[in-house]
Design a binder for this molecule. Sequence first.
Ligand code: DAU
Length: 335
Amino acid sequence: MRLLVTGGLGFIGSNFVRHILSSRRDVSVVNLDLCTYAGNPANLADVEGDRRYKLVKGDIADPKAAARAMKGADAVVNFAAETHVDRSILDASAFLRTNVIGAQVLLDAALRAKVGRFLHVGTDEVYGSVAEGFSTEGDRLEPNSPYAASKAAADLVARSYFVTHGAPVIVTRASNNFGPYQFPEKALPLMITNWLGGEPFPLYGDGRQVRDWLYVVDHARAIALVLEKAEPGQIYNVGGTYSCDNRELVGRVRALMGVSQELVLPVPDRPGHDRRYALDCAKIKALGYRPAYDFEQALKATIDWYRANERWWRPLKKHAGFKSYYRRQYASRLA
Ligand code: DAU
């Protein structure tokens, strides 16, 4: 199978590419990636020499780049997206362009190329905050951040291409991923790397927001399964094995790293901060999906990975672009 993966240099995309190349000898991958700040060639340095892998630098929102990359593809997995909620609050424009227009351009290209399958990778944030119970795939979409709104819009565009054009579209909606190669702006890698550098972790608001934690390798396995088994037109929630509030998460990571409470700095909350996400995953379980990693072990493995891979994350945090984002995001909060 010839797979076009978009955003394969990002966190989830790169973990998926590594997983699919190592688990399926019959798969080759073309990775269309814009190489933005989060699309890091180092994330796939270990597969660069694999003859079944090819990186193409390009933008999914550029019709020519999308059409070129699509040639010969049997299936598409669209990971390409701007994904950080805090950045979408500072400036939403890149989110609308890549996440919505990009998805539409890619869908058009896939339709023209008569690609057999189009898996669009989405997020549980499209359901908005769920006070109690669990979101099912048919629930109303109530996105609250510009990021979540852009992902909800993309899901709806994908749905419309299935209904109107008969495009073989499948959507997955995952919870909070964690694991190796996650850009150190997201809560967990920021926490771990700040603490490795002796700096505090800024905890938003009262820290009582609940997230469901999904190990990225399990997410990669889930996507591979959906790609193989799902019916076009379907949506699948992909949740993790452990759900907790941010205070508990901070406590667990502190205990694993031997860090004192003084390195947890309460700061003003994120505007529009969703209180709780929770997914009902009965549908993907019926397809045969079972997570393989225990949360505590995966968390420990993630911390160990960041400890062992300072050469990967230190340059990212030293980069002028990251420093300027960090100042914009945290300077007034940390003052
Ligand atoms: O739920 C899936 C989503 O999970 C994905 O679609 C997003 O791309 C991904 O970024 C993530 O969104 P969150 O906003 O939940 O993740 P983040 O790592 O930014 O934050 C996790 C929690 O930690 C959230 O309640 C906000 C809090 N937080 C985050 C940061 C960056 C802090 O308390 N301090 C921080 O500095």
